[in-house]
Design a protein around this ligand. Structure first.
Ligand code: IMP
Ligand code: MG
Length: 175
């Protein structure tokens, strides 16, 4: 696959403008509160780096790396925690930062796991939402862009672990 096979869905400029708006909204909502923001690895690392720098908040940053076993056909619950959060989230306000909500399985499982630790609150911020494919009843409290059902890459997101470094959101051109 080359650059010619790709189509720009959102440019770097469009993404940074929207992320600044999300940052302002989240900063307002958590004013006066301590917040633990959790970057759900790996796809979210680019978005999280931008979002965190746009937050004016009493902020602690954390990371959680999860993966779903094998491929698409495995049971939803089989989420493997590769690396857990550093902080004890009990009694804390927690914001999960995700790249994209697709079927919702990943977020649903992560949310359940963290809710079991009794945080003061747990909210979700996702840069992209693909509601068409949702299988689990999970919704993000903050959404950057709602997109159609199309596989996207770049801005942290991969296809077979490649293309995460593309600085905009891309989709493979329809032939
Ligand atoms: P879900 O469990 O189906 O909601 O999938 C969530 C995870 O799958 C996201 O956090 C992404 O890492 C990945 N994912 C979902 N859709 C896409 C896509 O269009 N491109 C790249 N990765 C995706
Ligand atoms: Mg992800």
């Amino acid at each position: 696959m080359t650059e010619n096979d790709l189509e720009v869905v959102f440019s770097a400029g469009q993404l940074s403008e929207r992320i600044a708006e999300l940052g302002a909204e989240i900063s307002r909502d958590y004013r006066g509160e301590e917040l633990i923001a959790v970057c759900v690895m790996r796809g979210s690392f680019v978005f999280a780096a931008d979002l965190f720098r746009s937050l004016d908040a009493d902020l602690r940053i954390d990371f959680l790396e999860v993966t779903r076993y094998g491929d698409k056909d495995v049971p939803d619950e089989e989420l493997r925690v590769i690396s857990d959060v550093f902080h004890d989230v009990r009694g804390k306000h927690v914001l999960l930062v995700e790249d994209i909500v697709d079927e919702g399985n990943t977020l649903w499982a992560v949310k359940r796991m963290l809710e079991g630790r009794n945080p003061a609150s747990l909210k979700i911020c996702a840069l992209f939402d693909k509601p068409a494919r949702r299988r689990k009843p999970v919704r993000a409290d903050y959404v950057g862009f709602t997109i159609e059902d199309r596989f996207v890459i770049g801005f942290g997101m991969d296809y077979k672990q490649k293309y995460r470094n593309i600085p905009y959101l891309a989709a493979v051109k329809k032939r």
